[in-house]
Design a protein around this ligand. Sequence first.
Ligand code: 5GP
Length: 121
Amino acid sequence: MSYDHNNIFAKILRNEIPCNKIYEDEFVLSFHDINPQKKIHALVIPKGNYIDLDDFSLNATSEEMVGLLKGINIVAKKLGISTEVGEGYRALANIGDHGGQEVPHFHFHLFGGEKVGKMVE
Ligand code: 5GP
């Protein structure tokens, strides 16, 4: 499968559609999910065109990988949910059809601001 340049997150990255931005740097963009499932529901996406975690693991540079992990921590801190400043959160990536992935641009969900419940329902 090749990367679909018309997916919704690609359009957000190109500023073709708006987002409620939380953080941006060289490697990541983070914004609030349009349909939050918990009190805090943020998305963190790499700026590179990767479909899912497998694509990212196989093809991203080491700098992009570090940048994504660091970006998640920066966003969690900004939102007050990292364990340094808050009570913790869940980072989750859906991968492919069985994983329930809807948008084919790799992203992490960050859920927090309350107890997020069972891992899988
Ligand atoms: P997935 O199921 O692919 O892991 O998650 C996709 C997420 O993107 C969903 O939680 C959905 O609510 C969110 N989403 C879909 N379209 C938009 C949009 O246009 N803007 C924002 N901020 N989030 C979106």
